[in-house]
Every structure is written in structure tokens, then in C-alpha cells.
Ligand binder design. Structure first.
Ligand code: IPM
Ligand code: MN
Length: 360
């Protein structure tokens, strides 16, 4: 029997729905080619629904979504909703409730894409950040006291336990083994670099560092280990990105360095990410926002959504199909579109989707 995957689609706000249409178009084309089925079910979570109903996310959402093999997300963020409500109420809530403890963010410069880094090309900018996605400062552990007085106190703690650290590291080591530079045939070694701040944040990063070397030594001797301070990482991401293969880091550091990474790979028109629960259901998204000013014009670049689709396939185990999609995107960036920027691609949103499909 033909293999079939149930995909929950959350088009979301702004240009989210437009890019999701192209993502689905490409996914369906590659599924046909490789002989599996994708069964899409749409959910209307987002700003419009919130304005209409006053509810950000129904309490049943996580349970409903758990029934799917994966979630394909467009964009969250509405110009008429105060910043933070939808991001926290939908994106962060689903990450936590579905225990998507990994955020996988490739930083890969595709052919023909302009980077602000001088003299760097696709061979140099080709690494992946594994961001811990449900712990650390993002848990909100802490509080305020004596509010309104000169002694007001605010605490927001970076909290990690060994279990959270170990499961994130395990994913990162496994991922490095299967997707590192040696595994992909583009380098001599598979290298996992821990990004931390052992010189200052001694409590948390002592735990990460010990767990990292223990696991590496005992279980992944074939994976080379590096350590970088987070500030130095930012420096090398600009100066020598070719040093990196797979990086693993905490939630907050990962959030910050992946925005820097996204800019070096051509920006929000191309950067994609996956919120992954290796034992459960993942959620894949273009990491750019909802770009509300371009809504409905057919000018937004759908490639980031298409790349998110490729990551979804890879995580589902459809590795050949995933590779085919990514290669088709690389063909389109290298040979077809003029720019990744909205309005400047030389093609409409749906024409870019068609170009990728033609290549598949
Ligand atoms: C991201 C975003 C989110 C985060 C926000 C919107 C909550 O910046 O996915 O990187 O901080 O994780
Ligand atoms: Mn971010």
C-alpha cells in the first residue's frame, strides 16, 4: 500500500497562506514522484481568528495536532494584534505543548543568492544550528516583586535539567552523524560544536559542557567535538562560517545566532526551520514573518516555505524526496529568480512555486 502522511496545515497570517499554497504544491509534486501520499488538513489559527473569536488557540489544539504526522506552518503575526500575543499564544504554546524540544535551523547559502559576507559562497556558508527549543530562559521561570518601587526586582532564569540537556545533545549528535559535512560528502569530518558561555554562565554551561563531552566520548566517538563561546560564534559566523558544521546551543542563544545566520544566507526569503519532537509531531516553518504589507499581491517569495517542506520530508524519513526539493530550490535560485526579495524576484509567488515543481 502507498505510504501516506497526515499533514496539519496552519497557513496563519499575512502572506503565510500564499507561501503555504506553494509549499503544498511542491510537496504534492514530489510526493507523486516518489509514490507517497500527503493528506492535508487546514486549521485557521492566527490573527484573524483571534480578532473574530477572542481565542488565540483552542485548548484542544495540541491534542488535535498530535494526531498528525507533521505540521506545516505559514506565518504568525497580525498588524492589528499586539505583538507577543500570537507569537506566545500559538507558536511558543505549540512548541511547549507538543514538546518540540529541537529547533533545527540550517544556515545554507544557495547558488545565486546574495550574502552580505564578502568573498563567501555556498561552500563557505553551509552549517546547521540545533537550538534547544523548550527550556532555558523561555520557560519564564522567575517573577517580579516590589513593582513600582525603586527596589523593583525582575528575575528570568536560565533553567536546564540534565534530561533536557541530554535529549537535545542526543538529537544533535545523531543529526551530526547523519547530516554532518562528512555524511553529506562535503567535508572530512562530522563535527558538532557546542555554543555556550562557560566563562561567565558557569552553572548552566558547566552542565552542558560536561554532558556534551560525556555523551560524545561514550556514544559518539566518530563525531568530532568543538566548543565555542556564543559571542565568538557570532564573530566567526561572519568571518569564517566555513569552520562550522553542526552547532548545538540553548534556546536563547539559538534564537539570536540563527537570525544572524539567516541574514548571511540571504535573509528571510529563504531561511526555514523545524520545531521537532523526535518522538512526536514536528512543525515546519519559514522563519520570516507574515510580511502583512505584501498580503494578497502574489509578490512574496515562497522559497522559505518550500525549504521548510523539504525539512519536513527529511524529518518524516522521506530523505530522497527532501533532497530533490532542496536541489530544485537550488536550481531556481541559481538559474531563475533575480532576487529573493518580494517584488524583485522577476516572477510571481505562484510562478516561483511552478519553477520548483518543473524542476522536480
Ligand atoms: C523564532 C521567533 C520566536 C522565538 C518568537 C516569535 C516567539 O523569534 O522562532 O525564532 O523567540 O523563538
Ligand atoms: Mn527568533
Amino acid at each position: 500500500m502507498e505510504k501516506s502522511y497526515k499533514i496539519a496545515v496552519l497557513p496563519g497570517d499575512g502572506t503565510g497562506p500564499e507561501v503555504v499554497v506553494e509549499g503544498k504544491k511542491v510537496l504534492s509534486a514530489v510526493a507523486d514522484k516518489y509514490g507517497f501520499k500527503l493528506d492535508f488538513t487546514e486549521f485557521d489559527f492566527g490573527g484573524d481568528r483571534y480578532i473574530r473569536t477572542g481565542e488565540v488557540l483552542p485548548d484542544s489544539a495540541a491534542d488535535e495536532l498530535r494526531e498528525f504526522d507533521s505540521i506545516f506552518l505559514g506565518a504568525i503575526g497580525h498588524p492589528d494584534v499586539k505583538p507577543g500575543i500570537l507569537e506566545k499564544g500559538i507558536l511558543l504554546r505549540l512548541r511547549f505543548e507538543l514538546d518540540q524540544y529541537i529547533n533545527l535551523r540550517p544556515v545554507r547559502l544557495y547558488p545565486g543568492v546574495e550574502t552580505p559576507l564578502k568573498n563567501k559562497g555556498p561552500k563557505d556558508i553551509d552549517y546547521v544550528v540545533v537550538r534547544e527549543n523548550t527550556g532555558g530562559i523561555y520557560t519564564g521561570t522567575g517573577g517580579n516583586s516590589m513593582i513600582g518601587t525603586p527596589n523593583e526586582v525582575a528575575v528570568q532564569s536560565m533553567v536546564y535539567n540534565r534530561f533536557q540537556v541530554d535529549r537535545c545533545l542526543r538529537y544533535a549528535f545523531e543529526y551530526t552523524r547523519t547530516h554532518g559535512k562528512k555524511a553529506r560528502g562535503v567535508g572530512p569530518e562530522n563535527t558538532l560544536g557546542l555554543v555556550g558561555k562557560t566563562n561567565v554562565l558557569t552553572h548552566v554551561f558547566d552542565l552542558w559542557e560536561r554532558a556534551f563531552h560525556e555523551m560524545g566520548e561514550n556514544e559518539y566517538p566518530d563525531v568530532k567535538r568543538d566548543y565555542y563561546h556564543v559571542d565568538a560564534t557570532c564573530m566567526w559566523m561572519v568571518k569564517s562560517p566555513e569552520w562550522f558544521d553542526v552547532l548545538v546551543t540553548t534556546n536563547m542563544f539559538g534564537d539570536i545566532i540563527t537570525d544572524l545566520g539567516a541574514m548571511t544566507q540571504g535573509g528571510m526569503g529563504i531561511a526555514a526551520g523545524g520545531n521537532i519532537n523526535p518522538e512526536g509531531v514536528g512543525m515546519f516553518e519559514p522563519i520570516g514573518g507574515s510580511a502583512p504589507k505584501y498580503t494578497g499581491q502574489g509578490v512574496i517569495n515562497p522559497l522559505a516555505s518550500i525549504v521548510a517542506g523539504s525539512m519536513m520530508l527529511d524529518t518524516l524519513g522521506e530523505t530522497e524526496a527532501a533532497k530533490t526539493v532542496e536541489e530544485a530550490v537550488m536550481y531556481v535560485t541559481g538559474n531563475k529568480i533575480k532576487s529573493l526579495a518580494a517584488k524583485r524576484m522577476g516572477y510571481s509567488t505562484s510562478e516561483v512555486g511552478d519553477l520548483v515543481v518543473a524542476q522536480i
